[in-house]
Design a protein around this ligand. Structure first.
Ligand SMILES: CO[C@H](O)c1c[n+]2c([nH]1)[C@H](O)[C@@H](O)[C@H](O)[C@H]2CO
Length: 448
């Protein structure tokens, strides 16, 4: 056995998001979000599940903080629900909404845990969606006003700020594929939403700098690693488009201030143009302090004429699968972050999400023997160590997720937590994977 040691300042954490854990969807003045509308629309979410109660973290956040403290994490990534702060998206601040996050932040700090806050994790106020949502550039200004309130309120308490979670999900998953709220299926709309969200990110960074807010600010993109199934040029090009669909389309504007031209041309050939206005690319590529990467999977791609958006199809060969039918691809984590370093230089990286969904059962003594999930984490932790050894500026890792929670359109059947949520009693029960991670954190490394 060998011991893989991690730097003593490596930040171990876990992650959640407001709509997925809080519940209390109409409490203390919270306004409706697009996810309340979407989940309350029959047929949109498996089982017609919704986030009305979720894990009830709005009332049980102290239990969550106690679990985090026992786990030994240095940081906890969670998101703030814009509709709790501005129930109508803009206008009057809802003090009771702010009070909730004051309680959460103070409880974390009292437990010696750094809050890492995502400003936007998909729960757009419905009132803004009614005016076009992210397709309407007015939402950019509304986002900056919301961000400014949070920056000023928590300056000095929150020191790690993430503007957006996964602009690909906000744009393409939600407005082209249509699987997430608001559920549109229009390529031009998706391209416009992606652009406006990235401008909103840049404007928030400018506000953060102008206000002199303490700490570091970045954004989180979900990256995948797809390789060509063969060395045939058409497969190589198809895999290049698959990767760029998730990766370059978002990373290049954010870190270089340009869109990848081959993809601009490809989307143009499909009838979609990027609605760039003067100054937008400079705004989007405002210097940031770190990039957040969510990594779960990847695979192989091959050319298939007229198939999908990119004349391509994914080929699922040779991988174990999670309960989401995603490939278990730890080497893909090494490859994609090595690509980030090669393409974008030594920008500090936090893995802001990584984890796995498996079917969990509560066993005797409220234990959950999720050996597959613990093994998933072990395999990916080995890649973290490999990346650090290779010189990648990998500064931290947030396991997704602390709790089983509302898994968007998949509802509650799909469990990602290292803690089991009993949705009848709302009790929390640490799984074996929780104890595995607890030991890695305590030992500053793992035996392999
Ligand atoms: C589509 O894969 C993405 O990288 C991704 C996976 N996940 C996410 N993004 C979201 O950020 C979380 O809210 C999800 O709960 C989590 C698990 O599905």
């Amino acid at each position: 056995m060998a011991k893989l040691n991690f730097p003593s300042d490596f930040v171990w954490g876990t992650a959640t998001a407001s709509y997925q854990i809080e519940g209390a969807y109409q409490e203390d003045g919270r306004g409706l979000s697009i996810w309340d509308t979407f989940s309350h629309t029959p047929g949109k979410v498996v089982n017609n599940d919704n986030g009305d109660v979720a894990c009830d973290s709005y009332h049980r956040y102290e239990e969550d903080v106690a679990l985090l403290k026992k786990l030994g994490v240095k940081a906890y990534r969670f998101s703030i629900a814009w509709p709790r702060i501005f129930p109508q998206g803009t206008g009057e601040v809802n003090e009771k909404g702010l009070d909730y996050y004051r309680r959460v932040v103070d409880a974390l700090l009292a437990a010696g845990i750094e809050p890492a806050v995502t400003l936007y994790h998909w729960d757009l106020p419905q009132a803004l969606q009614d005016k076009g949502g992210w397709a309407n550039r007015d939402s950019i200004d509304a986002f900056v006003k919301y961000a400014e309130v949070i920056f000023k309120e928590f300056n000095g308490k929150i020191k790690q700020w993430i503007t957006f979670n996964e602009t690909w999900c906000v744009s393409f998953l939600s407005n082209y594929i249509g699987a997430h709220a608001p559920g549109n299926k229009d390529l031009q709309l998706a391209v416009t939403v992606a652009h406006n969200c990235m401008v909103a990110h840049g404007e928030a960074v400018k506000k953060f700098r102008a206000l002199g807010i303490e700490g570091q600010i970045g954004t989180t993109h979900n990256l995948y690693w797809y390789e060509p199934l063969t060395t045939k040029p058409e497969d190589v090009e198809a895999a290049r488009r698959s990767r760029a669909y998730y990766n370059e389309w978002f990373m290049e504007p954010t870190l270089k201030g340009t869109y990848p031209q081959f993809m601009v041309d490809w989307y143009r050939s499909k009838g979609a143009e990027v609605p760039i206005q003067d100054g937008d690319m400079e705004t989007i590529s405002q210097p940031i302090d770190f990039i957040g990467v969510n990594f779960y999977s990847g695979g192989y791609t091959r050319y298939k004429k007229d198939e999908g958006l990119f004349d391509s199809e994914d080929v699922q060969v040779g991988f174990d699968k999670t309960f989401m039918d995603w490939n278990v691809y730890p080497d893909g984590l090494y490859k994609v972050l090595s690509w980030v370093k090669d393409e974008y230089g030594d920008i500090p990286i936090y893995i802001t999400e990584n984890g796995a969904c498996y079917e969990d059962e509560l066993a005797e003594g409220n234990r959950v023997h999720d050996a597959l999930r613990a093994d998933y984490y072990k395999k990916h932790f080995i890649q973290l160590h490999r990346l650090i050894e290779s010189g990648v500026q990998l500064k931290g890792y947030f396991a997704w997720s602390l709790l089983d929670n509302f898994e968007w359109a998949e509802g509650y059947k799909k469990r990602f937590g290292i803690v089991y949520t009993n949705y009848e009693t709302l009790e929390r029960h640490p799984k074996d994977s929780y104890y595995f991670i607890q030991k890695v954190i305590a030992d500053d490394g793992l035996e392999v």
